[in-house]
Design a protein around this ligand. Structure first.
Ligand code: UT7
Length: 327
């Protein structure tokens, strides 16, 4: 076991709530379609001036407070996001500026919905190196500024929000990562993509007119891969941990679609009663969905020290990751 500990969690949602009924007034959709096809009833969205780093900063302040630490106690800042403030500087650097703690390393993880699990894996290695005592890991998204509000197939799915964790060493060795895996398949990148704005398709009048700076997704294909990969990743980390679903106290999946979560649970034989669901109230909040669900579960007293936590994620890239943690 990698003896690291999630010392505390925090989360932040922008106050404005957009319901499915609100969306009925924006695109040709219905509350019934969105709820039955995705499990989503509402999501939070930011106002015009709020950025991804603003949400990460708010979540991070709560996590630090819950850990009983000051910003100056941090040794590194990592932000997992698919909707950064700017391509560079990283969103982590903007968070660092807000805390006014120059000097420590700050960087983003670009692995879409799997970003938090990638970030936790990197954080664990940094902690194990002995050079870093306290790492701030955030998953933060402002998807409302990168979806095409005329595309009903994508705009109804996503939400904004941030979750944060403070990660440190498990001093008594009682907490840690029992098993983990990361993976990616770049050959399937076109299936879920924000096509323009990088060097591949620099911003132009044409890219703006064609709405190529927003999310493009082959929903059905992504769905199939998500079900298959979330299931196989869950099975793999459980097997490597020498466990079955019976040993798991709580399962925190990435939350893109309730039907994907149900299919994954079937595959890993996980009763739905062990799954902590937030998709109905937050929508798909890519890299933020796992830390938001973790914090939600902690606040609901559904996770206590010593519990076995399974988490799995899947997203654009494609990327995926899974972990069995002792909390
Ligand atoms: O975060 C990780 C990555 N993301 C995901 O994992 C998402 C994966 N994909 C999905 O969750 C699902 O594929 C969607 C929720 C995006 C779509 O669900 P679906 O069951 O695959 O629907 P569909 O794309 O097959 O569409 C079924 C019908 C179509 O109409 P026709 O062709 O049957 O007449 C769509 O045009 O539903 C229509 N439709 C809608 N109707 C009302 C698509 N979007 C909407 C909508 N409201 N918002």
């Amino acid at each position: 076991m990698q003896a690291i500990k999630i010392l505390a969690t925090g989360s932040y949602l922008p106050p404005k709530v957009l319901t499915n009924f609100d969306l009925e007034k924006i695109v040709d959709t219905t509350d019934e379609w969105i709820r039955t096809r995705t499990g989503i009833s509402e999501r939070h969205i930011v106002d015009e001036k709020t950025t991804t780093s603003d949400l990460a900063f708010e979540a991070a302040k709560i996590a630090l407070d819950n850990a009983g630490l000051k910003p100056s106690d941090l040794d590194a800042i990592i932000v997992a996001t698919a909707s950064p403030d700017t391509i560079y500087p990283s969103t982590a650097c903007w968070v660092q500026k807000k805390f006014n703690i120059p000097g420590i390393p700050a960087f983003d993880i670009s692995a879409a919905c799997s970003g938090f699990i990638y970030g936790l894996t990197v954080s664990a290695s940094l902690i194990e190196s002995g050079k870093y005592k306290h790492i701030l890991l955030c998953g933060a998204e402002v998807m409302s500024k990168v979806v095409n509000w005329e595309d009903r197939e994508t705009c109804v799915l996503f939400g904004d929000g941030a979750g944060a964790c403070i990660i440190g060493k498990s001093e008594d060795g009682s907490s840690g990562i029992i098993s983990s895996c990361l993976g990616a398949d770049g050959t399937l990148g076109e299936l879920l993509i924000q096509p323009a704005g990088g060097t591949r398709m620099p911003a132009s009048h044409d890219t703006v007119d064609k709405k190529l700076h927003s999310v493009h997704m082959e929903g059905k294909e992504v769905f199939k891969h998500a079900v298959r990969t979330m299931g196989s990743t869950g099975e793999r980390v459980l097997k490597e941990a020498g466990m079955t679903a019976d040993d798991v106290d709580i399962y925190i999946p990435h939350q893109a679609n309730m039907r994907i979560i149900e299919a994954t649970c079937k595959r890993v034989k996980m009763p739905m009663s062990k799954v902590h669901i937030i998709i109905h109230k937050y929508g798909n909040v890519p890299a933020a969905s796992i830390p938001l669900a973790l914090d939600d579960a902690v606040r609901a007293n559904k996770i206590k020290r010593g519990d076995i936590v399974l988490t799995t994620g899947f997203g654009a890239g494609f990327t995926w990751g899974g972990m069995v943690l002792k909390w």
